[in-house]
Design a protein around this ligand. Structure first.
Ligand code: ADP
Ligand code: MG
Length: 699
């Protein structure tokens, strides 16, 4: 049955429409002032909102409520409390107070806090974030909240994001004021394209590696990969289509603007892209989308894999972070129609370029994870080197500005550009130049940050991006202080020229997969942190801490705690992978290979009895290969075991991560290579787990 989309859209959301309809006008206005301008909300107003929210939620079938928050696990958390409140005559009322709406008190000690627990009280509290709408999920009213320690340290992903959004709003408005524009409501806008795999639940259950690590630790390449380009945008299999339909319906009810769905490059890989929204809502919505994907897949006998690299040799999954700034709904990265608008566009563009160059290490660290390490630099995702793609038109403009030749600049379309007189060529707006290899690409009226991994919460990357850009905008506004009219224009042009000269090294329109780029990037002084272990120190560098403290995003203590949490998570994941790897080799692969070797030996012996003259050398060769491999595998297993235990014992998290990256992971890879080589020797009947052929090409 087809869905009437406009009828179901947002029905599970306590959105502005519902608020306007249900709240008394004074309450509605007070709440809107809080949502739009961040004005504090008094408890009287909160009580009225809570009552109305509860009545609405009960009408939609809700029985419980929860503060919905984003601890540093990378997941979302919820604890359901009933509205139920028994009264003395044996009945129960349904209650929900303003206080319960505004604040909750989950136990903070059970969530990762990177040492904050040692210094501060274990208690934490959640605080209502009225800028993201409350919604109903599985009969529970979910209230988006920030999560902090009792002494005010952020323990979540949302708090620093919200802080960074307030900071960038202030700095954007300072810059707009220089252009004579009044203060506006500034939004960071984000559209997150989510990639994922769908595989059959049957096969998933037969693979310990998929169940415990979300990726295959073993597996020989399938006979058919993605070389025919037949999956990308191909017809969607019926099972998957049914899943996608149910997913869309569920997302639309939650007011999530799911827009595009298609098959991705790799077999069994898909993508969902929503329409962009304010960053805070977009990220909440992305997290909900990911949760719904995992949950609904089971209705169709499928499992949704959100790992960055579930299958070796097959494209992994990313999450493109499309980023822009808007002032009262007008996109500030949209090239304009008159000279002043162009100058403003160039100022914002240049500030982003400066920010990305200055904080390239930090941006790299923001996307660092055990999973993403397999993806960045694997010739399918951008490399681990951060660079910016501008496209030929914009690059030519930058080149002209850098060389003081802007009045000579003429594009292929012969449009002269003079910042004082003429306009930027209008076709810039249709910049469809696509360079899939670039980590940070200008795509016409927004930037697309392509390094984030599919399983990531995008808050950290966007917090860093917002803060770094705020810093550039602030420096610009400070430098222009007091200037107006022509003096301002001249100074602004001179300023951006200088910035472009200083930061041109980050601009690269070529092929990011090419080996030459690695060499060229090193020559330019760009950093190339290949692993999470290499990338993490940037998170606690003096420069990073100074940036976060200058804008009140995170204190040094908070930054250090996050660094610890991320490293711990990396080390724990590698520990789980190593254990799973050893378990599978010992209990599944080695016994299967040994069995098969015995069978081959048995057959050789039998054939010899009946046909003593037969040439048995092929079987002998197989048997020799099998026995030699068993020995090699056993040796590697011992080596991995020792290295794994020694690494696990290292107390310092950075040192432990370094050892994991440089020793444990390479050993796991060598072990894998031995096992994979046997996958095409041992008979399919003996192989203990489903192969890539079977997993990726299910019906
Ligand atoms: P792609 O070729 O990468 O699929 P699309 O044009 O489909 O690019 O856009 C990808 C995403 O970018 C979508 O989620 C879209 O809503 C988002 N997007 C478009 N404009 C903006 C903007 N101004 N700010 C943030 N995201 C945007
Ligand atoms: Mg994209």
């Amino acid at each position: 049955m087809s869905t009437n989309v406009s009828e179901i859209y947002g029905t599970m959301v306590f959105n502005e429409h519902v608020m306007a309809e249900r709240l008394p006008s004074v309450t509605y206005k007070a709440l809107m002032r809080t949502i739009e301008r961040g004005e504090p909300l008094d408890i009287e107003v909160a009580n009225v909102v809570a009552h109305s929210m509860k009545e609405w939620a009960i009408e939609q079938g809700a029985t419980h409520y929860t503060h919905w928050f984003q601890p540093l696990t990378g997941l979302t958390s919820e604890k359901h409390d009933g509205f139920i409140d028994p009264i003395s005559d044996g009945r129960a009322l349904m209650r929900f107070s303003g206080k319960e709406l505004i604040q909750g008190e989950p136990d903070a000690s059970s969530f990762p806090n990177g040492g904050l627990r040692a210094t501060f009280e274990a208690r934490g509290y959640t605080a209502w974030d009225p800028t993201s709408y409350a919604f109903i999920k599985d009969e529970v009213l979910c209230i988006p909240t920030a999560f902090c320690s009792y002494t005010g340290e952020a323990l979540d992903e949302k708090t620093p994001l919200l802080r960074s959004m307030a900071v960038i709003e202030e700095q954007v408005n300072r810059v707009l004021a220089l252009f004579g524009e009044p203060s506006r409501r500034i939004d960071v806008t984000i559209g997150c394209e989510q990639e994922y795999f769908l595989i059959s639940e049957e096969q998933y259950k037969q693979r310990l590696d998929l169940m415990l690590t979300n990726r295959t630790l073993f597996g020989y390449a399938p006979c058919k990969g993605q070389e025919l380009d037949d999956h990308y945008f191909g017809a969607i299999r019926p099972t998957v289509n049914e899943f996608m339909k149910e997913l869309d319906d569920e997302l639309w009810k939650l007011g999530i603007p799911a827009k595009t769905k298609h098959n991705e490059v790799a077999p069994a890989q898909h993508e969902l892209a929503p329409i962009f929204e304010n960053a805070n809502r977009a990220i909440d919505h992305n997290l909900l989308t990911m949760e719904k994907m995992r949950l609904l897949a089971s209705h169709h006998g499928l499992v949704c894999l959100q790992h960055e690299k579930p299958f070796e040799g097959i494209n992994g999954s990313g999450k493109h972070d499309n980023w822009s700034l808007s002032a009262d709904g007008r996109n500030l990265l949209e090239p304009g129609d008159d000279p002043m608008e162009n100058l403003r566009f160039l100022v914002f563009l240049t500030c982003v370029i400066e920010a990305v160059d200055e904080y390239q290490d930090l941006l790299r660290a923001s996307v660092a994870s055990a999973g993403n390490d397999h993806r960045l630099g694997a010739d399918e995702a951008p490399p681990a080197i951060v660079s910016i793609f501008l496209g030929s038109e914009l690059s030519a403009i930058v080149e002209a500005l850098v060389n003081d030749h802007e009045s000579d600049y003429s594009s292929a379309h012969k449009v002269a550009m003079d910042l004082g007189v003429s306009v930027l060529p209008a076709f810039l707006k249709d910049n469809t130049d696509r360079n899939r290899t670039s980590p940070f690409a200008f795509t016409g009226n927004k930037f697309e940050f392509r390094m984030p991994g599919s399983s990531q919460n995008l808050s950290e990357a966007n917090t860093i991006l917002n803060t770094a850009v705020s810093k550039s905008l602030k420096d610009f506004a400070d430098a222009m202080d007091g200037l107006t009219g022509e003096a301002f224009e001249e100074a602004a042009v001179a300023h951006i020229k200088q910035l472009l000269r200083d930061h041109q090294r980050i601009i690269f329109d070529g092929n990011g997969y090419a080996e030459e780029w690695t060499v060229e990037a090193a020559r330019r002084g760009l950093s190339n942190a290949r692993t999470t272990a290499d990338a993490m120190p940037a998170l606690v560098s003096e420069k990073t801490i100074a940036l976060f403290e200058e804008f009140g995003i995170l204190t040094e203590t908070e930054v250090r705690s996050r660094y610890e949490v991320k490293l711990e998570k990396y080390n724990k994941l590698i520990n789980i992978e190593a254990r799973t790897c050893k378990r599978m080799v010992r209990q599944q692969y080695l016994p299967a290979i040994a069995d098969y070797a015995a069978e081959v030996a048995d057959n050789i012996w039998k054939v010899k009895q009946v046909a003593p003259e037969a040439d048995l050398s092929p079987q002998q060769t197989i048997l020799e290969k099998l026995t030699a491999s068993i020995k090699a595998i056993d040796d590697l297993l011992r080596e991995l075991d020792e290295t794994h235990h020694a690494t696990r014992a290292i107390a310092d998290q950075q040192e432990c991560a370094n050892r994991n990256a440089s020793e444990v992971i390479p050993l796991m890879e060598r072990l894998r290579a031995e096992i994979d080589a046997l996958e095409i020797v041992v008979s399919a009947d003996h192989w203990p787990v489903p192969s890539y052929n079977e997993i990726l090409f299910y019906a």
